[in-house]
Design a protein around this ligand. Structure first.
Ligand code: AVJ
Length: 324
């Protein structure tokens, strides 16, 4: 598939070089780190979809429930002919729900690091919504992005960021990201974001320590990628999945713990792993509405509406600029 287009091939090469560079940088830090965006190659995306169906993993099902219940109301607030920018578009159930409810949306720009998934989603959406201009952008949205120019006119811009993926950012990165979205949406635009809420510790921790071990496989898949894509002599069986709720930071932390000491060459450099050492692979922040409101206020965004499930596990939040 890549071979047909030199354009996509160059994206792939560039992405592979970035992968190698960032993996190496992360493994040279103390503590070692691997960025959570690297979970999502084709296999990782598949494992994540499996996570979403697990009984313990409440966020996806809860958010979809909120959207199904309130999207008529949400769509009315957004109004007709919107330009939608979605970050980390994933497998597309939520996208489909949003686009189906909106009144004649004009432009849809999915932004995702996973090129393959983007193209697949785009062609399905073009068929389902003939009037919609779909402009996929294969880019890492943790760095500033340049939007493709649309032909169609639109009334306002809405950034859609579901899944509590905003929780993956460190607090300062989340602030930067929100600042970037304020620029994208302008005075009249909106941000529609899904956030996972603070709740009792067992419920949160079970969601990241499922009984079938799918989350563990997902976490260990990072080691498989380093082995397979960087040709490193590294074995997932030498690592153990570990996830806990860090209450002081209000976040789930996923780590990989080294079970036995070893060293290996990665991208031309010798990396030493000692027994019991932790590699940090993901933060997943849990918010209170108050904490999220305070974060948004720092970049001039205000909470305009909030939709929640009955248990208040999850919230879909609509924000606009303070000046609006
Ligand atoms: C896709 C970032 C929302 O943090 O809950 C699921 C990823 N990690 N299980 C999350 C994830 C482990 C997920 N997000």
């Amino acid at each position: 598939m890549y071979a047909e287009s030199p354009y996509s091939e160059s994206i792939v090469t560039q992405t592979q070089q970035q992968f190698e560079r960032e993996i190496l940088e992360g493994l040279k830090q103390h503590p070692k780190r691997i960025h959570s965006k690297y979970f999502y190659d084709a296999r990782g995306a598949e494992l994540f979809e499996e996570i979403c169906t697990l009984p313990e993993y409440y966020p996806t099902r809860t958010e979809i429930g909120i959207l199904q219940t309130y999207l008529t109301e949400i769509a009315a607030t957004i109004g007709p002919h919107a330009r939608i920018i979605e970050f980390g578009s994933g497998e597309g159930i939520k996208t489909k729900l949003l686009l189906d409810h909106l009144d004649r949306p004009s432009v849809y720009i999915p932004v995702d690091i996973s090129h393959l998934q983007l193209e697949a989603t785009a062609s399905i959406l073009r068929q389902a919504h003939p009037g919609l201009e779909v402009l996929p952008l294969a880019q890492d949205y943790t760095v500033p992005i340049r939007l493709p120019k649309a032909c169609s006119a639109f009334n306002r811009t809405v950034v859609f960021f579901p899944g509590s993926t905003i929780g993956n950012f460190e607090v300062q990165e989340a602030e930067q990201f929100l600042k970037m979205t304020t620029t994208l949406i302008g005075e009249t635009g909106k941000l529609l974001v899904g956030i996972d809420l603070v709740k009792d510790r067992p419920t949160i921790e079970r969601a990241y320590n499922d009984s079938e071990g799918v989350t563990a496989q997902f976490n260990l898949h990072l080691i498989e990628r380093v082995r397979d894509e960087l040709g490193a002599n590294i074995d997932p069986r030498d690592f153990e999945h570990f996830a806990f709720f860090n209450e002081a930071e209000s976040r789930i932390e996923m780590h990989l713990i080294v079970k036995r000491a070893f060293e290996t060459m990665i991208a031309g450099e010798r990396i030493v792993f000692s027994e019991g050492e932790h590699i940090i692979t993901e933060y997943s922040h849990k918010f209170t509405l108050g904490a999220f409101e305070a974060l948004a206020a720092k970049v001039g965004l205000k909470l305009e509406q909030v939709w929640q499930d009955e248990k208040k596990y999850f919230a879909e939040v609509l924000l606009g600029s303070v000046g609006d």
